[in-house]
Design a binder for this molecule. Structure first.
Ligand SMILES: [Zn+2]
Length: 255
């Protein structure tokens, strides 16, 4: 990857957001590759919105590029909440590339891909609706809460300007892809439990350690009164998809 972005291409625009969009899209066209297959280029798709989409010419996977000059934080702003939620539930949401570049040099610093199937309905959080007087009243935006995405699904392609090998990126992408075996509406629980067990201090742990997340998960799923049963069931789902092994009854091991 070329870490210098083609800043000169933005010179024809006045607005900083248009400049950033043009420069990021051009950089992405030259440097982004498909994480789901071996295609080493992605094709930009022109849109009339502020987001840039890319499509893989080989596996037709879709990617949305979100770029910013700030460090990547806990959340990313998106546009239309209802549309995004429908896309997630309909299994049509894009993968997200999150790009952090450094100004004034226009150097690429960090790049992360979040596979589309790792974005569950709980990750898409509604923002306050626009005031009734606003031009697009009734329009509700969203933010992606990256704190609710498991670490296994935040896959780095570049870390502080140093490139991770595409082979490693694609292996990590393939590993988390097993979540796709689940229906979109069921993925939230599995991803949430994966995220919880990732934070446990030891790779081998018991049911009780996972039950400690009961209060946190009951805030995300207020309608569920059987959280412990759900946790045990999800540990089995993770085991069946290779994220955990089960050395003995009630004991689990992160792979
Ligand atoms: Zn592909």
């Amino acid at each position: 990857m070329d870490l210098r972005m083609p800043a000169h291409l933005g010179a024809r625009y006045k607005s900083p957001s248009q400049q950033a969009r043009c420069v990021s899209e051009s950089w992405g066209t030259e440097n982004l590759y498909c994480c789901a297959c071996v295609a080493d280029k992605l094709l930009p798709e022109s849109t009339n919105t502020s987001v840039t989409d890319f499509r893989c010419p080989s596996c037709v996977g879709r990617y949305q590029l979100k770029s910013q000059s700030r460090k990547l934080g806990r959340s990313i702003l998106g546009s239309n909440y209802q549309k995004m939620l429908a896309a997630v539930l309909g299994n049509r949401s894009p993968n997200f590339f999150l790009l952090h570049y450094q100004l004034p040099e226009w150097f690429v610093r960090n790049l992360v891909v979040i596979p589309r199937f790792a974005i569950s309905p709980t990750v898409i959080q509604k923002r306050a609706p626009l005031a009734a007087s606003a031009r697009r009243a009734q329009w509700i935006g969203y933010k992606l809460d990256l704190g609710l995405v498991p670490a296994a699904a935040k896959i780095s392609l570049l870390v502080e300007g140093s490139e991770v090998s595409p082979t490693t990126v694609r292996a990590q992408f393939a590993r988390i892809s097993r979540i796709q075996e689940l229906k979109p509406a069921q993925r939230g629980w599995t991803l949430d439990v994966l995220r919880c067990v990732e934070t446990l201090p030891h790779a081998t742990f018991a049911n009780d350690e996972v039950y400690a997340f009961e209060a946190e998960l009951s805030l995300l799923y207020p309608g569920n009164r059987h959280i412990k049963d759900k946790l045990r069931q999800q540990l089995q789902v993770l085991r069946d998809r290779g994220f955990l092994t089960q050395p003995s009854r009630g004991v689990w091991h992160r792979t």
